[in-house]
Ligand binder design. Structure first.
Ligand code: NOJ
Length: 718
């Protein structure tokens, strides 16, 4: 085997440097000056071995890859091809919607196809590994990185994770790249929604809610895992042997490559868990971390640790071999340049085919949150006043835009022009800043609104108000946007709001004021076309939110699959004060929009709910089914959702849990039967003794349009 052969020929220093990950930039100059100066000087790496590192990160551009790799191989003695890794989060050059949007599609095939498209574009630029999917379960919309996640449900996140992994990796052919699931583990549990903050939860909660999506990615064959910045049970993930060695490798059987997050080894010192870089290296190696991203603990101290007998050469060999095996699978030993191709990249990236798929993605991700009947607009509309800070900008394709370009992104104004030509008129109305107080543009917009038949207001956030390091303590719309909306409503009641945001916002007031709200998330390169298509019914909204929208930030964390309490407040009392129940004095318990919620332009009727039996033995399965009929005026898609509640457990069980979903398409008047098979595995949980089992007893079954659906049947596991 090639990998083993290469390992056998490496010196200890070469092996150790193979575990280091540097930025591609380091190798773009040939005189060597860049290596020891600038941001990399803090690494204090040995110049002799800088061309022996195993992997590189941050790369966009086929020619850049070719230059960097050529320089690298010229400088390297051993010439073991490095592989290039990149954050391919929601597209590479063609951007599709942020992942919270893709999840809202409830469409596994779509998630798969979008990832496959990104893989093709990235592979043509010489990228071999995507630092994706990010599958951190999230409950706090203040956290900027909710945009990268699939939301608050372990099952749905796992399904999206598996689909994305398969989309990236395919059969590991020319246009495929390896996936790297992240951030293991529970990064999404950051306290107070503040990035990089403490994560603290019981093992039960960790296993019940937070770990399943990573496991789903592992089961789908993901090649790499990235550990998270945060602590879990007091120990930073990079040095957390229990998480990485015991659970990920031994319990789940993962034998691929584990990489740290950016400089996270060294940050164990800042966490106060390690004295120095040497201790970081020791703990990380004990945890079986393979690649150290952008900090030098391994490079500077592994040899010393081996000499002192604290770690063994075998541990280092195992780590290097895992990396070499991945490289062998990628085929870079036969062809170091792999799939990079300047001409093909230029032809394929952001080409018509990819734009079309990204547009479908954006259309299917959008969620119609409210509609009093004004939507869809007729294409014969006389005039539309398109107003708002997000109406005429490409800065709505989303944070983590990788190689996506603002000037390639279709603005909403362009999208409208593509459908109704010059019957759309534009006024900005206000700027996008979260703390803006500038009202000087409102009058012009109101004048335009008074002159047009309909107004479409593009409100929300700037794309860089979400993403890494972009957290918000206030998730409402800025006052100036409300002022604009209110003034417009004074002169024209025909108002539609297209919302652009990287997170659920607290928009109770918007829900009161606006006749219709279409949440576009951050829709990617084809943003404007998708938005216009939805508004004029060239596409029918079918997205459903996968992260609860609170009425107010004070309700956070708020999620549908919460545990029950000993003093529940009855649903019918939601808006009443009932003291000594689990409730607020000044706020209902219910959210503004629940998990799974989203409207359509058509109506779907659910009938004939069935459950195949009322008892289930452990080796048996049951079938739950429903008929869904399109009784409205448009051919459209519907995400049919299936939930189960375990009524009594040796430890408390969630109010309900999503256990299945199907996205179906129905013509006008068409009816389909949708079935869900119930298995014993579906009923398992971490019981009182921390065994993963299904307990005998009663289970309630729900099928519906969103997480508010009621149980229609029950069965007993015997
Ligand atoms: C830090 C981020 O947390 C991670 O998601 C990303 O993959 C790395 N930086 C590399 O850019």
């Amino acid at each position: 085997m090639k990998a083993q052969e290469i390992l056998n020929g490496m010196t200890l220093d070469e092996k150790i440097y193979h575990l280091v990950q540097m930025t591609t930039m380091t190798y773009l100059k040939t005189d060597g000056t860049n290596i020891v100066t600038g941001p990399n000087s803090r690494m204090q790496l040995d110049k002799e071995y800088i061309y022996e590192v195993g992997t590189l990160l941050n790369l966009v551009g086929a020619q850049t890859m070719i230059d960097a790799l050529t320089n690298f191989l010229n400088g390297s003695k051993k010439k073991v091809t490095p592989v290039f890794m990149q954050d391919v989060i929601h597209g590479h050059r063609t951007l599709y919607p942020i992942n919270l949007g893709v999840a809202a599609s409830f469409n596994r095939e779509l998630a798969h196809d979008l990832a496959a498209m990104a893989a093709k574009e990235a592979s043509l630029d010489g990228v071999s590994v995507a630092f994706a999917p990010m599958v951190d379960l999230v409950r706090d919309p203040r956290w900027g990185r909710v945009m990268e996640s699939s939301g608050e449900d372990p099952y749905l996140n796992g399904e999206m994770a598996a689909a994305t992994v398969k989309g990236f990796q395919g059969d590991m052919g020319k246009y495929n790249i390896a996936a790297c699931v992240k951030h293991y583990a529970a990064y999404g549990g950051a306290e107070a929604g503040r990035d990089y903050n403490t994560v603290d939860m019981s093992e039960r909660t960790l296993r019940q809610y937070y770990l399943p999506p990573y496991k789903a990615a592992v089961d789908a064959g993901v090649k790499m895992v990235m550990t998270a910045f945060n602590i879990v049970d007091g120990v930073p993930c990079s040095g957390n042997k229990w998480l990485v060695k015991d659970i990920l490798r031994d319990e789940w059987g993962f034998d691929g490559v584990v990489i740290s997050d950016y400089s996270a080894f060294e940050e164990m010192i800042d966490h106060g868990n390690c004295q120095d870089r040497k201790e970081c290296a020791y703990l990380a190696m004990e945890a079986t971390e393979d690649i150290e991203m952008m900090s030098p603990c391994y490079a500077l101290y592994l040899k010393e640790l081996i000499n002192e007998g604290k770690i063994t050469i075998k541990q280092v060999d195992d780590a290097v071999l895992r990396i070499l095996k991945l490289k062998e699978e990628l085929g870079v030993f036969e062809n170091p340049y792999r799939s990079v191709n300047v001409e093909e990249a230029a032809r394929v990236q952001v080409g018509p085919e990819h734009r079309a798929l990204a547009r479908c993605g954006a259309e299917e991700s959008a969620v119609l949150l409210k509609n009093n009947g004004i939507l869809p607009l007729s294409k014969d509309v006389k005039s539309v006043a398109l107003i708002g800070p997000n109406a005429n900008t490409g800065e709505i394709h989303g944070s983590w835009h990788c190689g996506g370009k603002i000037d390639e992104t279709i603005t909403v104004l362009e999208g409208f022009k593509n459908i109704i030509g010059d019957r759309v008129k534009y006024a900005k109305g206000c700027d996008i800043l979260y703390n803006s107080t500038d009202e000087s543009m409102i009058d012009e917009a109101v004048k335009l609104a008074s002159e047009c038949e309909v107004c479409v207001l593009c409100l929300g956030e700037h794309q860089e108000y979400s993403g890494e390091g972009n957290c918000r303590a206030n998730i409402e719309l800025p006052e100036v946007q409300y002022k604009l909306l209110e003034k417009v409503l004074e002169v024209n009641k025909n108002v539609v709001v297209a919302l652009f945001a990287g997170r659920p916002l607290a928009i109770s007031k918007l829900d009161e004021l606006a006749p219709a709200i279409l949440d576009m998330w951050m829709p990617g390169t084809e943003a404007g076309n998708a938005c216009a298509n939805l508004i004029f019914a060239n596409a029918i909204p079918s997205g459903k939110i996968t992260m609860t929208f609170p009425r107010e930030l004070g309700q956070v964390p708020i999620y549908y699959n919460a545990y029950r309490t000993g003093r529940p407040k009855l649903e019918e009392d939601d808006f009443n004060r009932v003291r000594f129940t689990s409730s607020y004095l000044d706020m209902p318990n219910s959210p503004l929009y629940p998990f799974g919620y989203g409207l359509s332009y058509t109506d779907f009727e659910y009938s004939d709910f069935k459950l195949s039996a009322s008892k289930m033995k452990r080796d048996e399965t049951l079938v739950a089914s429903v008929k869904v009929k399109n009784v409205g005026k448009y051919k459209a898609k519907e995400a049919v959702q299936f939930y189960i509640r375990d009524v009594v457990g040796s430890v408390v069980r969630p109010m309900k849990e999503l256990k299945g979903f199907e996205k179906i398409e129905l013509d006008i008047g068409e009816e389909k039967t949708v079935e869900f098979t119930i298995t014993e595995d579906m009923l398992k949980f971490w019981n009182k003794d921390m065994d993963f089992v299904a307990e005998n007893g009663k289970f309630e079954v729900f099928i519906g349009k969103d997480s508010r659906c009621k149980p229609y049947a029950s069965f007993e596991l015997v």
